[in-house]
Write a protein that binds this ligand. Structure first.
Ligand SMILES: Cc1ncc(C[n+]2csc(CCOP(=O)(O)OP(=O)(O)O)c2C)c(N)n1
Length: 568
């Protein structure tokens, strides 16, 4: 016979399993004992269950975020009571903003140990308030059939809530009373799957034919975790609409409909260029754009262009420029408009693509084979396996990829771009590398130091990973910002050089290490068959700013001239 705690925890875990929670990241502790022991036992019976162990809850939560990002199914995080649970806060905030389903399971003291000074007892009720979609305190120790039925229902519904659009994190708090040892090798209760279906998606789209017919339509594809990229490309092809593709849209894959230089056009273009690219209608997909220039431009063009924003992004639009929100499935929306007969000419599409091709060629000529931070995106793209994933850190790696990554292959590109944190980048990247043979993380020195514990997971699970570190000894982004003029204080407050040796980090975690100072060395290092390696590229923050600005100025005058010539 099972005791109550064993029965209800088994029901809880089987319920999670029924709702597809099969990956768990567990951090050790005492209060979670019955949950993790029964989970470990369940994993011996169900091969689909994977349990990853990470002693650092902060890193564990980002690792869970990475697993959910990659596999697009919810991941369970399990920790003990106390500050362990607060360590999850940053990853939970990121998950909320980037719509990643995380099921955060926090073990807790029982009610009678609250607020009386019991050890390791903090207030865990709705701990991530505002950053989770749902919170429930699940009492597993009431000896009643009704409680067991409730556990079965509520744990399944909570997972469903994490998957309900827009997806996001949920917290299940488990107050547990001693004795905490469950009965192992005992019979499993029967748990049935409950189906949660959504009828929210529009089955028919309002009459967009009127808005879209005979118009210059520009698709803007923003960062996206969901899988509708091929539908979007098919739409572009069918209707002859160009796609201005954010680097995180996962649509930069060599399609001739894709414009990868949107940020540079808008950042460096004169009024003539902006007029040249101006559409009548913008169809927006995906989340907040990496490019601040395109976001600002949206505000300007909204006075003359109709902007339709499609998707499950909580109707978020910080540019405040949308005229029509279409909340719901992008796939359904695309299905509804792809075959509309809109009588569009291909002229707008052709002129934008021509401009983009010219821009791409000029950009490469202007870089002139110089080895700099600017050249890293292309070197990485040209010299890693076709199937390799790329994880980009904030802040310069993602920005440089936005501008200098053409994208000719079908790759998954990841970044923690909900809250743009430099915390947890290594841990998240490691998880996205699980199950893939080739993975690259491109990161700055500070973000690497911030989350060095993430490398423990690489070592423990032998995750194949090439880490390319652009080491400019501090925060490179700040040299682009107005505070760089406060020279008396800048280095101390913003530059923050750490003078740490990256080679020592490689040694500590068992990575091979390469320091490269020219393009050929970088290519050789990328090509090296070490399964786990760190490639360090040293650079200088002030030279880096100059290189960016010089290239942008030259690029701007080339495209301005191109547009003037075309308009003659
Ligand atoms: C958790 C967190 N703390 C601080 C910041 C602010 N921040 C943004 S970029 C940055 C510096 C990053 O430096 P590095 O990783 O070396 O990359 P680089 O800017 O040189 O490309 C900082 C501190 C942040 N985004 N997230």
């Amino acid at each position: 016979m099972n005791d109550v705690i064993t029965t209800n925890i088994k029901i809880f875990l089987l319920s999670l399993f029924e709702q597809d929670v099969k990956n768990f990241v567990v951090s050790p502790g005492s209060r979670s004992t019955p949950v993790v022991l029964l989970l470990a036992e369940l994993a011996t019976q169900r091969s689909e269950i994977n349990i990853y162990i990470d002693v650092d809850e902060r890193s564990a939560s980002f690792f869970g975020l990475g697993l959910a990002k990659k596999n697009k199914i919810p991941v369970g995080l399990i920790c003990t009571s106390g500050t362990a649970a607060t360590e999850y806060a940053s990853a939970v905030a990121e998950a909320k903003l980037s719509h990643i389903p995380l099921v955060v399971i926090t073990s807790d003291r029982p009610a009678e140990l609250s607020n009386i000074g019991a050890p390791q007892a903090i207030n865990q009720n709705d701990l991530y308030h505002g950053n989770t979609k749902y919170f429930v305190n699940l009492n597993l120790q009431d000896d009643s059939e009704q409680t067991s039925k409730y556990v079965e229902f509520e744990s399944q519904r909570t997972v469903a809530r994490s998957l309900d659009y827009p997806r996001g994190p949920v917290q299940i708090n488990l107050p547990l009373r001693k004795p905490l040892m469950p009965i192992l090798d005992s019979e499993d209760p029967i748990v049935s799957k409950i189906n949660f279906n959504s009828a929210n998606y529009p089955s028919a789209v309002p009459d967009y034919k009127q808005i879209l017919a005979d118009k210059n339509v520009l698709i803007i594809a923003g960062p996206e975790e969901l899988d509708y990229h091929s539908d979007l490309l098919a739409l572009a092809e069918r209707q002859n609409w160009p796609i201005m593709a954010d680097v995180l849209s996962n649509t930069r894959n060599g399609s001739k409909y894709v414009i990868n230089n949107g940020d540079l056009f808008i950042k460096t273009g004169t009024k003539e260029v902006l007029d040249y690219v101006k559409p009548d209608v913008i169809l927006r997909f995906g989340g907040t754009l990496v490019s601040a220039s395109i976001s600002n431009w949206l505000k300007e063009v909204s006075s003359s262009a109709e902007i339709i924003y499609v998707g499950d992004h909580e109707l978020n639009d910080y540019t405040l420029s949308t005229d029509n929100f279409v909340a719901g499935s992008e796939k359904s929306f695309i299905k509804n408009i792809i075959n509309l007969n809109l009588n569009n000419s291909a002229a707008y599409f052709e002129k934008l693509i021509e401009l983009n091709n010219f821009a791409e060629q000029k950009k490469n000529e202007l870089q002139n084979d110089e080895f700099s931070e600017l050249s890293i995106p292309k070197i990485i793209d040209d010299n890693i396996a076709k199937s390799s994933n790329i994880f980009l850190s904030n802040s310069m790696p993602i920005r440089d990829f936005e501008n200098y990554y053409l994208g000719t292959k079908t790759r998954s590109i990841f970044c923690n771009r909900g809250a743009n944190g430099i915390d947890g980048v290594v841990s998240t990247a490691m998880a996205t590398g699980i199950g893939s043979e080739n993975n690259v993380l491109f990161i700055g020195d500070l973000a690497l130091f911030h989350d060095m514990n993430g490398l423990m997971m690489a070592k423990r699970y032998q995750i194949p990973m090439t880490i390319v570190v652009s080491n400019n000894n501090g925060g490179g982004i700040f040299s682009f910002l107005p505070q760089s003029k406060a020279t008396d204080y800048f280095e101390t407050l913003f530059g923050t050089p750490q003078d740490l040796k990256i080679a020592d980090i490689a040694t500590l975690y068992g990575f091979d290490y390469f320091q490269v100072s020219d393009k050929q060395q970088a290519i050789n290092a990328l090509d090296h068959d070490a399964k786990q390696k760190i490639i360090e590229i040293q650079s200088d923050r002030s030279i880096n700013v100059k290189q960016h600005r010089t290239l942008e100025t030259k690029f701007g005058s080339e495209i301005n001239q191109f547009v003037i010539d075309k308009s003659k």
